[in-house]
Design a protein around this ligand. Structure first.
Ligand code: ADP
Ligand code: 5GP
Length: 203
């Protein structure tokens, strides 16, 4: 069986990555979400093991010590980390693994796995971003200000990504991300042996 690919999707908070990926996973079963670990408290509606593995700081440190975390970072006072098992379970079953992680984690993943494909989601403007963050109603005013400031810093990293998607119209943004996933899978260098199989010749 062919191994799945590694996709990283990043966006400053409020840009719509949860919304876009939620819609995307309804449209494809070829890719799955690699569930991260975090020390942040669950938001209303978030389920342990589905949205995140919610861990205490001690349990998080223990996982790092045991080498079970591919990369991790501290973001707005909480730890977040990609679990090796979450990624392996997907790619070894032939599915593409989608990592929804912030910019520093994304850069580390690209260093570890140069073949990973990095997608950055941009808001139509910073004003719209702040409005969406406020509209979501999950953060205090202080956290919204902290995350908006963080967003400006994160936008500077967008230039290091392979693809940029603007989340203006939601369904268009979902289609854009799906198109990136589809196109990446068709890249010649990822299709070892295909030409030989069809032409019956060694190239
Ligand atoms: P993130 O996961 O990047 O933090 P969310 O997916 O939670 O962002 O989106 C933040 C808010 O913006 C949510 O309330 C969501 O419903 C809204 N939203 C997302 N995409 C759009 C869009 N294209 N148009 C309008 N509102 C959107
Ligand atoms: P939130 O608290 O909004 O769920 O996530 C905060 C930020 O942490 C988001 O940018 C999210 O993508 C990022 N994040 C979530 N999981 C991971 C992870 O495993 N590693 C890294 N580096 N960032 C993560």
């Amino acid at each position: 069986m062919e191994k799945g690919l590694l996709f990283v999707v990043s966006a400053p908070a409020g840009c719509g990555k949860d919304t876009i990926l939620g819609e995307l996973f309804k449209k494809t079963d070829k890719a799955g979400y690699a569930v991260s670990a975090t020390t942040r408290a669950p938001r209303e509606g978030e389920i342990d093991g589905v949205h995140y593995h919610f861990l205490t700081r001690d349990d998080f440190s223990e996982k790092i010590k045991r080498g079970e975390v591919l990369e991790y970072t501290e973001y707005c006072g909480n730890f977040y980390g990609t679990l090796k098992k979450s990624v392996d379970d997907l790619i070894l079953s032939g599915k593409d693994a989608v990592l929804k992680i912030e910019v520093e984690g994304a850069m580390n993943i690209k260093k570890m796995f140069p073949e990973a494909c990095l997608v950055f989601i941009l808001p139509p403007s910073l004003e719209i971003l702040e409005k969406r963050l406020r509209g979501r109603g999950t953060e205090t005013e202080e956290k919204i200000r902290e995350r908006t400031l963080q967003a400006k810093n994160e936008l500077a990293f967008a230039k290091n990504y392979d693809y940029l998607v603007v989340n203006d119209d939601l369904s268009e943004a979902v289609e854009d991300v799906l198109s990136v996933f589809r196109a990446e899978k068709l890249r010649r260098e990822r299709r070892a042996g295909l030409i030989e199989r069809i032409s019956g010749e060694k190239t």
